[in-house]
Design a protein. Structure first.
Length: 349
């Protein structure tokens, strides 16, 4: 009997030592940062992958030191069993416990996509269709059908998506991406409309979007946005034509070959602001938040004219006489594709 108790006591002692050693090893493993010269890894977990397979894959790539300890850690950590499929970025300073946390929370790798200020919607779709990280469901659709696909049937597509850099996981759909950019534009437009200056000749937020797209195309130096916006606001207030080249170019569509000729300015289209007063029927590009802010908070000056100086900036004038003088000094004879236009000095209202 004494021998039995001794054996039992010895067994308990051995088990206690083993359990203590195991817990100490598990704690050291789970809280020790990865020891490697590599700065990061891209690690993929396919749908339905088992925890043991994940652990073995981590170990085989040298990310963790012990696959079995990772499996045990998963068993003891809350939420560990909810390892989510996806593409992850694992950094060298992470501990196995931190790695498990990003797997459990689904903090997958994010890819950037930038919508550039001043792009047309067609340019946006060309770039979007070329993204290798999106699932493409809109490639075969025309521009009107794209708007229907994102839940906005009947709305004109131009100007509706906010220029910004967006991040998304690989495999996201282009539909969800456009919905996100559309909602972002609506948020900015709504917020800016609430804080607009009084007595602007803009009846709706959509009017502001249209004018902001023109300001975006005319602006070569960011600091001039509110000056340019002020010129157009005052011209609208005085019932003058906007007379801005980018609207004419947009109205020409595929006929535009990079040069804007005098005959083009005379050809009537809904977008020819040399022929028609007021705003064009839709935006002509994707304006950024700064352009929207500029048209709703323009500088309160007296200038009515501006001309490109050739370096991206403009010379602003209050009178037609001063403007004509500036035109003779700065304006090139042939209008180029990248030309930032000014109201035509030779055509009085």
């Amino acid at each position: 009997m004494n021998l039995l108790f001794k054996l039992l006591g010895l067994t308990v002692l051995v088990l206690s030592i083993a359990i203590g050693w195991f817990w100490q090893s598990l704690n050291h493993f789970s809280t020790t940062p990865i020891n490697t010269s590599q700065s990061q890894w891209d690690f993929n977990i396919a749908q339905g992958t088992s925890v043991s397979h994940v652990a073995k894959s981590l170990a085989s790539q040298g990310i963790i030191s012990d696959a079995s300890l990772f499996v045990w850690m998963v068993k003891f950590e809350d939420g560990g069993k909810q390892i989510q499929a996806g593409e992850y970025v694992i950094l060298a300073h992470m501990t196995p416990k931190e790695i498990l946390a990003i797997f459990a929370k689904g903090k997958v790798k994010q890819y950037p996509f930038t919508i550039v200020e001043g792009w047309s919607f067609k340019q946006l779709m060309v770039a979007l269709n070329a993204s290798p990280h999106l699932t493409h469901k809109l490639k075969e659709k025309n521009l009107e059908d794209i708007m229907a696909s994102i839940g906005h049937a009947g709305e004109h597509y131009e100007g509706r998506f906010l220029p910004d850099t967006y991040h998304f996981p690989s495999g996201s759909s282009d539909i969800l991406f456009l919905k996100r950019a559309y909602d972002a534009m609506q948020t900015v437009l709504t917020q800016e409309w609430k804080t607009r200056k009084s007595h602007l000749p803009l009846e709706t937020p959509y009017d502001a979007l249209i004018l902001a797209s023109i300001v975006e195309k005319e602006t070569g130096v960011a600091a001039e946005r509110k000056q340019i916006a002020g010129v157009f606001i005052r011209r609208l207030q005085k019932k003058m034509r906007l007379q801005t080249d980018p609207t004419v170019i947009y109205g020409m569509g595929d006929e535009y070959d990079g040069n804007l000729r005098k005959k083009d300015l005379k050809k009537d289209t809904p977008y020819n602001t040399y022929r028609r007063r007021g705003l064009p029927p839709t935006p002509i590009a994707l304006p950024g938040a700064a352009a929207i802010n500029a048209v709703l908070n323009p500088l309160d000056e007296k200038t009515l004219y501006f001309v490109a100086k050739g370096d991206g900036s403009h010379y602003f004038s209050e009178t037609i006489e001063a403007h004509n003088k500036a035109v003779r000094k700065y304006q090139i004879r042939q209008r180029k594709a990248n030309y930032r236009s000014a109201p035509n000095s030779e055509q009085k209202e």
